[in-house]
Design a protein around this ligand. Structure first.
Ligand SMILES: O=C(O)C1=C[C@@H](OP(=O)(O)O)[C@@H](O)[C@H](O)C1
Ligand SMILES: C=C(OP(=O)(O)O)C(=O)O
Length: 465
């Protein structure tokens, strides 16, 4: 098991002993930051490499708890993943030899941690090899929605069992892979997570008849992440038809081996860009992709709406905070919502976030957690059926609980820039997608740290003006 295993309570836990004094910015920040690789792209390309028709290479991949759990899971299913020196500043590249279809059947167990991409994307891969794979994860992982992917596998003829032989609706469970899945037309309800759609599309080309996936139910959230899945599949030669809403058709065929550079994680760029607004300073991010499928590209419009000046010139995104942070209404901010909510709590006007009911099934119930923690600091946040209302209020110092949720921890760090005396419980939970976070945050503020994180190359030069 790698990384944090803190209980997902936000109350007393072993991790609650460790309080991180969030740096308070006495002056506006002025920093240049480069962020580690995208979690969503790294874990998608790892899955595709494990199913490809030859060895692949990932350049500048993410190295974090979620990517380590994915690597470990694929190794347990028979892929070979080797670290080789990279050509940049982000730690090693990865070379991957795919899972062999002629491997003798073997039983294994997979630790999903709290990674949605591991718990949703890997079970369909396990269905394509021979042997039983038992899946489990952190305590809160057992509460995350999993029923749709389990029911999908069962409908595809893949036995999925819990202890005692019953069909489970959540972790833990065992997938009994037979080495072959016929595929064809499959109807699911993916309203709880886009990852159910992505999980099935990623393996669909390896089903004998391909896959015609149909969603029926309330709208699928986080559609940008499905577009990313379709885009990465096409980049490795898989034919996907997504021209009809709620239908995806994946043609059967090989997944082409590849050599792929991973973009930096634009969602994880969010807290650093937010620092420009929280301190009325400037943060620059070089190598911002000109075209991307990452939802984090929305920062350009979100932060402009909140009063920042945002430019993208010569590949560098520059964000300069305005005299105040403007409250605003945002629909469907997906995994960006905790960062947006932290900024809304510092805004001069009211904000409303809608279309994020499914955040209740994320690393923690993020709507409840954000309301608890903003209000604990004297804020005025309220939960609605599908989001949050956050009104201006004078905040004071206090402890922000992270609930083993990396984005709650970084939300606490943003609040701490503008509010003196904020302490974040379990800052180490940022290791889920950005182990370097405390080091990078201090470097952005021109402070030195002793612990430089697992891959200290993740670059930040900064200081206060
Ligand atoms: O496919 C992915 O990489 C992700 C999809 C989204 O999940 P949901 O659809 O559950 O929001 C997102 O929030 C998560 O952080 C990553
Ligand atoms: C929802 C998130 O993660 P996961 O991939 O575990 O669902 C997230 O990173 O905000």
């Amino acid at each position: 098991m790698t990384g944090t295993t803190a209980a997902n309570t936000g109350t007393e836990s072993a991790a609650a002993q460790s309080l991180w004094p969030a740096p308070f910015a006495k002056q506006p920040v002025d920093a240049t930051v480069t962020v580690p690789g995208s979690k969503s792209l790294t874990n998608r390309f790892l899955i595709l490499a494990a199913l490809a028709d030859g060895p692949s290479r990932l350049r500048a991949p993410l190295h974090s708890r979620d990517s380590a759990l994915m690597v470990q899971a694929l190794r347990h299913l028979g892929a070979t993943v080797t670290e080789v020196p990279g050509d940049g500043d982000y730690g090693p590249d990865l070379e991957i030899s795919p899972i062999s279809s002629t491997d003798t059947p073997s039983d294994t167990s997979i630790d999903c941690g709290l990674a949605g991409t591991v718990m949703r994307f890997v079970p369909p891969v396990a269905a394509l090899r021979r042997g039983t794979a038992v899946f489990d994860g952190d305590p809160h992982a057992r509460k995350r929605p999993m029923g749709t992917i389990i029911e999908a596998l069962v409908a595809l003829g893949v036995p999925v069992r819990a202890e005692g032989g019953r069909t489970p609706s959540a972790l833990p469970f065992a997938v009994e892979g037979t080495g072959k899945v016929r595929g064809g037309h499959l109807v699911i309800d993916a309203s709880a997570s886009s990852q159910f759609v992505s999980a099935l599309l990623l393996v669909g080309a390896r089903f004998t008849e391909g896959l015609h996936l149909e969603h029926v139910g309330k709208p699928v959230p986080s559609l940008d992440h499905i577009s990313m899945t379709v885009s990465v599949l096409r980049s490795v030669g898989v034919s996907v038809d997504d021209s009809v809403p709620n239908h995806w058709r994946v043609a059967p065929g090989p997944i082409r081996a590849f050599d792929q550079r991973i973009e930096q994680d634009l969602s994880n760029a969010g807290p650093f860009l937010a620092a420009a607004l929280a301190t009325r300073g400037t943060v620059r991010i070089p190598n911002w992709p000109l075209r991307t499928t990452q939802v984090g590209d929305l920062w350009r419009s979100i932060l402009t709406t909140m009063g920042a000046t945002v430019t993208l010139e010569d590949g560098t995104l520059t964000v300069t905070g305005g005299p105040d942070i403007k409250g605003a209404d945002f629909d469907e901010t997906s995994e960006l919502a905790p960062t947006v909510a932290a900024l809304c709590a510092l805004a001069s006007g009211p904000s409303r976030l809608t279309g994020i009911a499914h955040l209740r099934g994320h690393e923690t119930d993020r709507l409840a957690a954000l309301v608890n923690e903003i209000n604990r600091l004297g804020g005025d946040a309220e939960e609605t059926a599908d989001g949050l209302i956050i009104r201006p209020a004078a905040l004071h110092g206090g402890v922000v609980h992270s609930y083993a949720d990396h984005r709650m921890a970084t939300a606490g760090a943003i609040l701490g820039l503008a509010v003196e005396g904020v302490e974040v419980e379990d800052i180490a939970t940022t290791s889920k997608t950005m182990p370097e976070f405390p080091h990078m945050w201090a470097a952005m503020l021109g402070q030195a740290t002793h612990d430089s994180g697992e891959f200290p190359q993740a670059g930040t030069t900064g200081g206060n003006r």
